[in-house]
Ligand binder design. Sequence first.
Ligand code: MN
Length: 257
Amino acid sequence: MADKPRILVTNDDGIYSGGIYALYNAMAGIGETYVIAPDSEKSAVGHAITISDPLRVTEVERNGKFFGWAVKGTPADCVKLALKGILQFNPDLVVSGINQGSNTATNVIYSGTVSAATEGTIMGIPSIAFSLTTFKKSDFSLAAEIARLLAEKVLEKGLPPGTLLNVNIPPVPRKDIKGIKITRQGRGYYEDFFEKRVDPANRTYYWLGGTKLVLDTEEDIDEVAIMNHYVSVTPLHYDLTDREMIGRLNEWNLKLG
Ligand code: MN
């Protein structure tokens, strides 16, 4: 590692979001920071990448100075393009966020924030996803403090190949935070509903909504920790293999007739 760690900052809420600005400021305190993020909100695009369209890049200023590169693409595109196109070096750390809205339980699968960190991990770089668990306009200062703490720890300790950290911060005042809990991914999901509407041209369209279901009660589950005012830190890996099922599937004796 160079004297100062080199840190790639990305997100899925877009390069103009408040959360990425808070994360950039937190990381600028510990290393050389490079911001490469989608040019508009790309929440819930999961791990999608762009293969049939060009990835257009523009330089972005915030507060009157160069801030980073905006990419017309997904969060996973941003990480790939950062390493292999724009920077052409591997940073020491990839951080994604600070997302507006929780990335716990089943949401992790849909999350662009987590997918950016997953992409960093796939490319062999320690990576962390950060989310503030509210959609209301909020103060990112506690989340930024947590981001700096975790980033420094990961730079010091490293992460095993294939493992990333998914960090969720509850939107409560600093004095009400109980601590940091190491958690497991919960099983909760959204009970979907589609609102059927009609546009001014009298064409029908649908809009996805939903009610969040929390199905777990154990204290070491991500969503439960958040409800109890803990910062939730979940180690994730993207190897989705169900190892226990391999043995059982072998017992099926699948054979071509
Ligand atoms: Mn988002």
